[in-house]
Every structure is written in C-alpha cells, then in structure tokens.
Design a protein around this ligand. Structure first.
Ligand SMILES: [Zn+2]
Length: 140
C-alpha cells in the first residue's frame, strides 16, 4: 500500500475509534509487526493498529518479540510486588520477635538479635534500590 493510501486508511480507523492491539488505548498509528528495518512490508497484513507509546516501546522488535518482552516486564513487576509483600511480612515478624528479644537478657539472644537486624536492614536496602523509593522503617 502506498503511503498516501496508508494515511487515509489509518485516519479512517482512528475516526472509527480503533484501539491499539497491544494495550487497548486509542489507535494513533500503524505498527509494522515485522519491522521494515528487518524486511517487513507496508502491506495491510503486516500492520497492527497501535498507539504511539507502544509503537515507541516496541521499536524494531517483531510482534512476537514484543509480546515476549511485555510478558517479561509483567513478571518482573509481579515479583517485585511479591518481594515487597515478603519483606513487609518479615518486618512484622521481626518487630514482634524483637520485642520479646528486647526483654531477654542472655548474651545468645543479643547476638542473634544483632544478626537478624543486620539481615533485615540489608533486605530493606536491597528492596529500596530495586523499587520506587518506598521506605519501610528507618530506625537510625
Ligand atoms: Zn498501545
């Protein structure tokens, strides 16, 4: 399809309320499923309705590569949320445990308290580095 015809076709689809095939936002452009830089054609069979942000993120990936990439991204977001839940859970456990340890007086209790505290601080700082700046506890 010629560029002029493509533009007309694109505008018609946009007017009809077409949506991005990747994210469901309003369509703004065409995506070449097989990128032109990698030999993809300008024919309709190679075009997906797309929004500008998905189109930019997809770059020169093929549609299959892009879908794999989106799944990977979703998995990373998932595991970050899981880890966050785990760290909060551990922090609560530690706080409860720490109260009982604080009341104990033996040397052994003191040593294990120090160890767990270091471990917690370490986990939290690793988490903070990976996440969007959520701070859980700061007892310095
Ligand atoms: Zn999109």
């Amino acid at each position: 399809m010629k560029v002029k015809e493509l533009r007309k076709y694109r505008d018609r689809l946009i007017n009809e309320g077409a949506v991005c095939e990747y994210c469901g936002a309003p369509m703004q452009c065409f995506d070449h499923m097989e990128p032109t830089s990698r030999g993809g054609s300008q024919e309709v069979e190679n075009l997906a309705r797309c929004c500008i942000s998905c189109n930019a993120e997809k770059g020169n990936k093929t549609t299959n590569e892009y879908i794999r990439y989106l799944k990977m991204k979703a998995n990373i977001a998932d595991s970050l949320l899981r880890d966050r839940g785990k760290i909060i859970e551990e922090a609560v456990k530690y706080a409860v445990w720490n109260m009982s340890v604080a009341m104990a007086t033996t040397a052994a209790d003191f040593v294990s308290k120090g160890f767990v505290k270091d471990w917690m601080e370490n986990s939290i700082s690793v988490y903070e580095e990976q996440s969007v700046g959520v701070k859980i506890g700061d007892d310095k």
